[in-house]
Design a protein around this ligand. Sequence first.
Ligand code: AMP
Ligand code: ZN
Length: 442
Amino acid sequence: MTIYLYNTLTRKKEEFIPEDANNVRMYVCGPTVYDRAHLGNARSVVVYDVLFRILQLVYGTKHVTYIRNITDVDDKINAAAKAQSITIQALTAQMTQWFHGDMQALNVLPPTKEPKATEHIKQMIDMIEKLIAHKKAYVAKGNVLFSVKAMPEYGKLSRRVQEELESGARIKVEGYKKDPNDFVLWKPADAEDDSSSVFDSPWGKGRPGWHIECSAMSTQYLSQNFDIHGGGSDLMFPHHENEIAQSCGTYPGSHFARYWVHNGFLTVNGEKMSKSLGNFITVKDLLDKGVKGEVIRYALLKTKYNEPLDWSEKLLNDAKKELDTLYRRLSKQEQQSDDVSEIVNALSQDMNLPVAISALHANPGNGLRKMGGVLGILQQDPDTWFKGTDSSGIDIEGLVNARRTAKKAKNWAEADRIRNALKQQGILLEDRPDGTSNWRRE
Ligand code: AMP
Ligand code: ZN
């Protein structure tokens, strides 16, 4: 089975050939843990979770290494901790825990390893020292800066040429930068910084820049050259461009990631969902409203991963209805087929999610469980799916049993009364030939 991926680096759909089929390596930029994950963040995580699942299917579970980091040192984290008057560690520990809970609700597999930036400061310092030694970086007023001019191939991912960058650069440039495009590798601590965000370095107390975190952690776990690097398309420039510059600058002759995959934005009325625009919905907001994690996941998977996905109530309602249809079909199947070829074929074509979802709906039902598994859906027992969690406080099971007793006693009026009472609560009964009944929410 050959996987094809759209490679942002070449702007082409390419055959995926791993460097080592016994250890296929993928790195994806993980969350900056200063707030709850919103649906845009979730889209990115879910998309690469599907890619992880396909790679595991094609190469074998043991032969795929997937690294998704946690950015737990960053200016936004410092600002959020300060605003809440808590330590950075307290904030990042809480946010990481919430992130894990939310992603579990979306049935996201844990990556092979989830390194934290704060636990890899030494590796970052080592890289920065090498960059200084190779004249790709310089020290200025307690900062260490990457010298973009020292990397002639800078811009190869985003296809921005250096002159273009300069004309677009902000007018106000920090005086210590030799070139407006130079970016921070290490920055000095502020006097009022919480001690948990301050680290010793050869350049004084401070903290790393965001870009060097990913270069250091990807090299640590995947080596200087690896297969796939993923993230949202907002990260292509400058974050990913800078990662390439840092890594190739540290290890001359290396190429860093060979395939660059970027997921499209999740939008609201055409605008990117983001914290700064205030148009965000968190995963938790929806879970708290009683929306099932699997419904959110399915809604995120309905669109091609690298196209914009406009979020709406309708999208969510349709996702619920479509999953209900699939679960209903699943409940009628006793024999399950193991044939997942149709869905794997669709996903191997640059993760063609819409075709994969259509294949599910075209299936008579006997392959649904296994096929759904490739997308991380349809793994629940259909009874559990339709029952969901009851927060209304009514004793549904008790009423269903009472109705069965009434039916046995041929007390049809009582049986109908109970059926109607449940219907008023939005609960539908489906009678089975053996006299028992299944219930589900409308
Ligand atoms: P952040 O926590 O902002 O660093 O983002 C974590 C991940 O979510 C990155 O890969 C971003 O590219 C991705 N991301 C953020 N907002 C969106 C969005 N609206 N749509 C898709 N991906 C997003
Ligand atoms: Zn990154």
